[in-house]
Ligand binder design. Structure first.
Ligand SMILES: Cc1cc2nc3c(=O)[nH]c(=O)nc-3n(C[C@H](O)[C@H](O)[C@H](O)COP(=O)(O)OP(=O)(O)OC[C@H]3O[C@@H](n4cnc5c(N)ncnc54)[C@H](O)[C@@H]3O)c2cc1C
Length: 382
């Protein structure tokens, strides 16, 4: 059905199955089987980047929202599914196993949970329902031309003027800024401050006068990332998370949430299924390729076990090193799968696009070198 080879279980049953109870699993399976129509699955399979086509995202989001499952990790009182980690993992892996459209919902995964954890009641009442309705799409404005790995070097200037801040400067590599209605960002509100001090974490509407978004075209023709320029952009000081001058704390909270909400096993299995399909279509298959595909399946199984244990808090290491291990293994394995896929289907449009799309994965959310530094530090290297 999927172009898979009989001796390789590309679609092996998620190891996390046993940890979500049978009734829950049956309910999820029935919903996904009924809701994921063939056109939605086809849109999911055709996705090479981080987000499926807009129509498919909208249709799938609406079905999830109607069932109350659009925000799996949010508490029920804020409109979420209120699931345990095991339930969320099962749902996400089961969705990926059926090629559900990929929703790059930063509102649900990152800023929404931060607003629940640290926002004011007014912010919760305004932003959370809008995220659930799909009315607000968010992007993350952290990196700048001189501030990437060393984020604390950022310099977007936030000058206080009455009840507002006035923003001047720019952000770089802002994914989906060209689609987003809002950006959460870090800006420097104390002009003489350095490093992690003197920052403010702001929630900014993208429609404010003075914001200019310029897409960056990648080698594969995609325009997912952007430069964003701020020319005296007025935005309310009340639209901030945490105290003025202490924005770094909110950013750290947000990164911890993003790490704990991120599930990658399903993405890897999808990539491997695509490799099998490509190999079946191209007919370029030999013993060496079969071995490589089998090796990828084995590595995904290992990764899945690690991800499930880490997410459930069963790995007794600090959160930051554990998430660095996951980020490194997942992105490097994803790239390795797309390399095998390209070997299997050298002339395939999908294999080529997917190969290019995964190159940046070892750069964003912290480069591999930076994560290796974190791990080296964690095991006591000088
Ligand atoms: C596709 C894509 C999407 C992105 N999306 C977003 C987004 O939505 N929002 C956002 O805020 N940012 C985003 N980023 C930015 C991303 O977080 C940065 O690119 C990343 O943190 C690296 O920063 P930099 O590009 O400035 O490179 P630099 O930090 O200048 O690094 C250059 C090289 O030096 C290495 N290096 C740097 N410091 C060290 C060190 N201490 N030890 C060893 N090696 C080191 C790096 O590993 C890298 O190889 C995105 C980037 C990409 C490519």
């Amino acid at each position: 059905m999927d172009g898979g080879f009989p001796f390789v279980q590309a679609d092996a049953r998620p190891l996390t199955c046993g940890r979500a109870d049978a009734a829950f699993r049956a309910e999820v399976d029935a919903f996904l089987d009924a809701g994921l129509t063939e056109d939605l699955r086809a849109a999911g399979r055709a996705t090479t980047g981080l987000k499926s086509e807009a129509w498919a995202c909208k249709a799938w989001r609406e079905k999830l929202a109607a069932r109350g499952w659009y925000a799996p990790s949010w508490p029920a009182e804020h409109g979420g599914a209120g699931w345990s980690t095991e339930q969320r993992l099962y749902f996400e892996n089961a969705s990926a196993a059926r090629d559900a459209p990929l929703l790059m919902n930063s509102g649900v995964r990152t800023i929404g949970p931060l607003i629940i954890e640290a926002g004011t009641p007014e912010q919760q009442a305004y932003y959370l329902p809008a995220i659930l309705r799909g009315a607000h799409e968010w992007c993350q404005g952290f990196s700048e031309p001189q501030a990437g790995s060393d984020l604390s070097a950022l310099s977007l200037h936030a000058e206080r003027d009455g009840d507002d801040f006035i923003l001047t400067g720019s952000k770089l590599w802002t994914s989906f800024a060209n689609y987003a209605t809002h950006m959460f960002l870090l800006a420097r509100c104390e002009p003489d401050s350095k490093g992690r001090d003197g920052l403010v974490f702001l929630l900014v509407e993208m429609g404010r006068p003075g914001i200019d978004v310029r897409p960056i075209r990648f080698i594969d023709g995609e325009e997912e990332t952007n430069e964003v320029f701020f020319d005296s952009v007025r935005t309310p000081a009340a639209d901030r998370i945490g105290e003025i001058g202490k924005g770094w704390k909110a950013a750290k909270q947000l990164m911890a949430i993003a790490r704990s909400n991120n599930t990658t096993t399903g993405l890897l299995r999808r990539a491997l299924r695509a490799a099998h399909r490509g190999a079946a279509e191209s007919g370029v298959i030999d013993a060496s390729l079969r071995m490589q595909l089998a090796d990828m399946a084995r590595r995904i199984d290992g990764f899945e076990a690690l991800e499930a244990h880490t997410a459930a808090g069963r790995i007794g290491v600090e959160a930051a090193p554990a998430s660095s291990v996951l980020k490194l293994l997942a992105t490097e394995l994803h790239q390795a799968i797309t390399e095998v896929a390209l070997e299997a289907a050298p002339n395939g449009d999908f294999a080529q696009a997917k190969y290019f799309a995964t190159r940046a994965a070892t750069i964003y959310s912290g480069t591999s070198e930076v994560h290796r530094n974190i791990l080296a530090h964690a095991i006591g290297c000088p």
